[in-house]
Ligand binder design. Sequence first.
Ligand code: RP5
Length: 154
Amino acid sequence: MPLVAVVMGSKSDTEAVQATLDVLKELGIDHEVSVISAHRTPEKARQYGLAARSRGIEVIIAAAGGAAHLPGVLASWTTLPVIGVPLATSELRGIDALYAIVQMPAGIPVASVAIGNAGARNAAYLAAEILGLKYDKIREAYQKYRSVLQGDSK
Ligand code: RP5
């Protein structure tokens, strides 16, 4: 049963989101992947956010570019933690998406990671940290990854 929902705003985001999927796979975290546009398919976003918890999802990672309202819209329909990944898919190269995600008004939080590949990877690591509070196997896999980093001289 997937614990992490990875949602992207467009099929065109697939390549940018691959780094998130790679890390989740490396850490052995069950996940599902969906394409939902907050502006083209708002009803789908609402239904997805409302049903996520009852389907067993515990963390949502939402990646979008441009006026990236997807993470905030999903967060409005659920009390699950939402991690937003700003993608550099527009002329503003992700600055717009970063501001849209990180500048959520008070009351409905969305965690923001960095623009692009670093953020895509870190979203999965952050999800592992959250899930590691409850799941020993995920915490151990994540700790193993971190201990490998300590031996890395770069
Ligand atoms: C956002 O607009 C998507 O997340 C994507 O990054 C960007 C462009 O999407 P398309 O218009 O190419 O589908 O909603």
